[in-house]
Design a protein around this ligand. Structure first.
Ligand code: FAD
Length: 410
């Protein structure tokens, strides 16, 4: 594998000028919005953050038409939504919180509906494919550990079971053409899949606009003031009013949540992705670290680093990821790297989402997670209707941020 382009930066340092003032971007032709006596635009719901979480929730609220606004920062933002790997993934998730497995499976099941609605309303095919997915284990030891971990996961009380096949080398080779001779095996789950996440983000935005909602880039929210009838939002491009707000600002939620009596202790976790040139189709289904896109390129992903707000690419990591990918599929050794990038995941301390409604200001909701592609359908079809109804049901209780305050037993 050879790199075609010097796109790396220093490791773990905040790139200079990263957070300069937002550029002014066009406001959508949103039709008429309400205007309060102060002359400020006013909305029934303002979703703060136009990444995958905010856009999926706003999509679920699109019947509000002009009474819906998405307020976003613009091109200076840290946006996991534009740098992710595109998996819709179920297997292996939910250790320590079985409810999360149910939530993830629900979203995977509702993804075909989301994809169909986006095609109909935005005329964008998000390249959904759910042929199942594979986790590859390079060594026998990895395979044994993976098998034990999945058994422990499934044995949790309240776990919504699904089938995972443990594949020895021969079984894996039947499913993955060209898998390397030293690979020990893997696990297969029929619920897994992938999509084109950039088309997903574009389609969600397009469908929101088409329904009459407005997307306001350059509107980074600096301050939220709750009042009797809702919330005043001070943004870089003016002040707005909203009856309800959804904090879906990714890493920005940490600063916004306390303004409305919530908390969102999230931190960045850097992931790097490598894109190889187009090669003849060889992967019929995604592996959780290697997938072939609808356009034929091959993506390699899933590194994890705690580096603060540093989203610079590190060639050492790119090298390690490439080496492992070549062990899995030796024929990739001759494919050229055309692009590589890093992006920041939005992680809570236990890796699970935070969904909560403010007790002090009940019109304010927070939503944040680190699997925003997988959960897009659940956000559109379960979280958004709860916001519209004005209350999160009991099933969201496990995701409240108060779980981070439970003292650990010595
Ligand atoms: C390398 C990598 C690989 C990944 N792979 C997968 C995968 O395969 N499958 C999967 O399901 N998930 C994956 N994810 C995670 C997924 O991308 C994220 O869960 C999802 O993008 C999070 O969406 P978000 O909207 O919360 O945050 P973001 O996408 O980061 O968006 C946050 C938005 O909020 C805006 N914002 C911030 N502060 C403010 C403010 N004060 N006012 C207004 N707007 C604000 C920003 O401008 C930004 O647009 C991956 C992530 C990374 C980094």
């Amino acid at each position: 594998m050879s790199a075609a382009g010097p796109s790396q930066g220093a490791n773990c340092s905040l790139p200079e000028g990263r957070r300069e003032a937002p550029r002014v971007q066009p406001v959508s032709a949103a039709g008429s919005v309400g205007v309060v006596a102060s002359g400020r635009p006013s909305f029934e719901v303002a979703v703060i953050g136009g990444g995958l979480v905010g856009a999926a929730i706003a999509f679920g609220l699109r019947s509000l038409g002009p009474k819906l606004a998405v307020l976003d920062e613009g091109d200076v933002a840290f946006r996991a939504a534009r740098g992710n790997f595109g998996l819709i993934w179920v297997q292996g998730k939910g250790m320590g919180l079985p409810a999360y497995t149910t939530w993830t499976q629900r979203s995977a099941h509702e993804w075909p509906r989301l994809s169909a609605e986006l095609l109909r309303e935005a005329a964008i095919d998000v390249a959904l494919a759910q042929p199942g997915g594979i986790h590859v284990c390079v060594t026998q030891d990895e395979l044994a550990r993976r098998t034990r971990a999945l058994a422990t996961l499934q044995a949790q009380p309240g776990f919504k079971r699904y089938d995972v096949d443990v594949l020895d080398r021969a079984a894996l080779a039947r499913r993955l053409r060209g898998v390397g001779p030293e690979i020990a095996g893997g696990t297969y789950c029929a619920l897994d899949g992938h999509c084109n996440p950039l088309k997903l983000l574009r389609a969600l935005h397009a469908a929101i606009l088409r329904a009459g909602g407005s997307y306001r880039a350059g509107h980074g929210v600096a301050r939220i003031t709750p009042h009797r009838n809702g919330f005043t939002l001070e943004t870089a491009l003016g002040t707005l009013e909203a009856e309800k707000i959804v904090l879906a600002a990714g890493l920005g939620n940490a600063a916004l949540a306390p303004m409305v009596g919530l908390e969102a202790p999230v931190r960045p976790n850097k992931g790097q992705v490598i894109a190889l040139e187009r090669v003849p189709r060889f992967l019929a289904l995604p592996v959780d670290t290697i997938r072939q896109t609808d356009e034929g390129t091959v993506l390699i992903g899933d590194s994890q680093q705690d580096c603060g707000l540093d989203d610079a690419l590190g060639l050492d990591i790119v090298g390690a990821m490439s080496a492992r990918a070549i062990r899995v599929f030796p024929m990739l050794a001759s494919a050229r790297i055309v692009r590589a990038w890093a992006a920041l995941r939005v992680m809570s301390a236990d890796g699970f989402p935070i969904y909560e409604q403010s007790a002090a200001h009940p019109g304010a909701f927070v939503a944040t997670c680190h699997s925003g592609v997988t959960l897009a359908a659940a956000h559109a079809y379960a979280f958004a209707p709860a916001v519209a109804a004005g209350a999160l049901p009991e099933s969201f209780k496990p995701y409240a941020a108060r779980r981070f305050h439970v003292p650990t037993i010595a």
